[in-house]
Design a protein around this ligand. Structure first.
Ligand code: C2E
Ligand code: CA
Ligand code: CA
Length: 529
């Protein structure tokens, strides 16, 4: 797969965007995750504290209710003993007292009056017999929650609970996240307000509120984001590191795509730079040994001087349509390079390779006329080769194009005969002027091992259709001799010359075919016309 320059630019931009955005996204995602964790930690903490308080109040009420069922109404030794046992057995009550309807203490478990300063009025709960109040007790308990059980209006049982129980020890101890717990009675009355160490000044505060469904109690848990970040910020940096690694990988993949060579863009650039150049392979009259023409074969000469043969790029050029500008460019270069050589040797032909796509659009005729008009290479010196290897999609159109070329004096050859799709039908339908027999069959000549039946029948066929024959890929003198015996007049191949750069071809022709001599040398029939 290759990528175009537009895609390359896009990939570069994407690589840059990825390198910045992925670590940034990882940072923000980790931060959002961390805040979410902080929020859910506070939610859970507030709920946990509230459940403890609800449970403690429930237990206290069980003890108060027990006092009622034991008929503790005064302050007899039995009453006091019952109160003492109830406080002793309760995990939450610090004191239990029996009050008269006026609220005055009749008896308690201790035996002396506990100094209590009310910090809130009693609030009636969902159950009208139960009310809660905040008080400050003198002595060990400090701020306390008072719970009242009022069974019938004639007697009141009151319990005191130390609020220190309500806040789980580990919550306050938990690191230095600055966790704070506030517990209050809902209409007003602060019960607990504790702050963990480590709150970060000026940092954003997060909070969660839990409200009891049974009692007018509310718990607020707060923490400073800064403190939480100090404890848990490692995850953010871990995410950023993972983000950077990921971004690096993604950017590397994108950059690798960018660096991939784009053959089409390379070819277009090379065409503009004049890197595609024509080589010329001489075609000889094997009877006289004279050069009667050439075939133009493209070469890609890279800026470092490397010569790339057409097999490496012509397929892609044909598939992509690049072959159209390439072919015209080669024709233009050849006309400029060998035009005057040809003008002085009118009998010589110059062959160019066309591909199947060229025979799908009549405009190739105008293109050829235009490219040679005003040059020294005349249309009647031009030979166009159409290969038999690739199928021609529209035979009628191909024939019409060939006919127009022939009317202009351009000659047309069927290339690679014997190897492709067309066979006999191409020769009959296209009505070309020249048959080029592929090297594959020429190889058979001059070797004892292989049959020459195909070459013989192709030569016969050409004679019947009145076509000139060019033998391609002739490598030995035995082959030259064998072809001569069979009446073949024209050949090209390494035995004579490989494809040559323009200057070498011009030198060779000038040496072998002096311009002055060509005027009086008797012409023999070859490459008709
Ligand atoms: P082709 O048209 O059949 O060209 C003949 C090929 O045989 C050339 O290969 C030539 O260098 C090679 N050749 C010539 N004599 C001998 C020989 O004695 N022995 C051997 N082993 N090879 C010989 P080249 O130049 O590599 O071109 C390969 C093919 O690329 C051509 O085959 C033609 O199909 C295509 N091609 C070359 N130039 C063009 C072009 O300008 N346009 C198009 N459409 N195709 C081109
Ligand atoms: Ca050819
Ligand atoms: Ca050929």
């Amino acid at each position: 797969m290759s990528v175009g320059s537009g895609t390359r630019k896009l990939a570069l931009i994407l690589a840059a965007v990825t390198a910045i955005s992925v670590p940034a996204a990882a940072y923000f995602a980790a931060e959002a995750f961390m805040r979410h964790k902080l929020q859910s930690y506070l939610d859970t903490t507030a709920q946990t504290v509230l459940q403890r308080i609800d449970g403690a109040v429930d237990r206290a009420l069980v003890s108060l209710h027990d006092a009622e069922t034991r008929n503790v109404a005064g302050c007899s030794p039995t009453d006091r003993e019952a109160l003492r046992v109830l406080v002793f057995e309760s995990p939450v009550l610090k004191e239990l007292a029996v009050h008269g309807p006026d609220g005055a203490v009749r008896c308690n478990n201790i035996g002396s009056l506990v100094q209590i300063t009310p910090a809130s009025t009693p609030f009636v709960t969902a159950n009208p017999r139960v009310s809660l109040a905040v008080a400050v007790t003198r002595g060990a308990h400090g701020r306390a929650l008072r719970v009242f059980w009022n069974p019938d209006g004639t007697i009141l049982y009151g319990g005191i609970m130390s609020v220190g129980l309500f806040v789980p020890h580990q919550v306050i101890q938990r690191g230095n996240s600055g966790l704070g717990i506030d517990v209050e009675l809902v209409p007003g009355g602060r019960l607990v307000s504790v702050r963990g160490a480590g709150a970060v000044e000026g940092s954003r505060q997060f909070s969660a509120v839990a409200v009891s469904g049974s009692y007018p109690i509310r718990v607020v848990a707060t923490a400073s984001e800064g403190a939480w970040r100090l404890e848990h910020g490692g995850i953010i940096w871990l995410a950023v590191v993972v983000g950077i690694v990921l971004a690096g990988l993604m950017a590397a993949v994108l950059l690798a795509i960018c660096r991939r060579r784009d053959p089409m863009a390379d070819m277009h650039r090379a065409l503009v730079n004049g890197e595609f150049i024509p080589y010329y392979q001489p075609i000889l009259d094997i009877d006289t040994g004279r050069i009667i023409g050439c075939e133009v074969l493209v070469r890609w000469r890279k800026p470092d001087g490397t010569i790339i043969p057409p097999g490496a790029f012509i397929g892609e050029a044909e598939r992509s349509g690049f072959i159209f500008p390439l072919t015209l460019d080669l024709m233009r270069q050849a006309a400029a390079e060998v035009g005057s050589l040809y003008a002085a040797r009118p009998h010589m032909k110059c062959g160019f390779n066309l591909c199947a796509a060229h025979f799908q659009d009549q405009s190739i005729v105008e293109d050829v006329i235009n490219v040679f008009s005003g040059t020294e290479l005349k249309l009647n010196q031009v030979l166009l080769e159409v290969t038999e290897r690739d199928p021609l999609p529209d035979m009628e159109l191909a024939r019409a194009i060939i006919a127009r070329f022939q009317d202009l004096g351009v000659r047309v050859a069927l290339d690679d005969v014997g190897t492709g799709h067309g066979g006999m039908s191409y020769l009959l339908k296209l009505r070309v002027d020249v048959m080029k027999i592929d090297k594959l069959f020429i190889d058979a000549i001059g070797s004892e091992r292989q049959s020459t039946a195909i070459v013989d029948s192709l030569i016969d066929l050409a004679a019947h259709l009145n076509l000139d024959v060019v033998a391609e890929g002739v490598e030995t003198f035995d082959q030259v001799e064998a072809l001569r015996r069979r009446g073949v007049r024209s050949a090209q191949g390494y035995v004579f010359a490989p494809p040559l750069p323009g200057s070498s071809f011009v030198q060779l022709v000038e040496a072998m075919e002096p311009a002055a001599a060509t005027a009086w040398l008797p012409r023999k029939k070859s490459l008709r016309g």
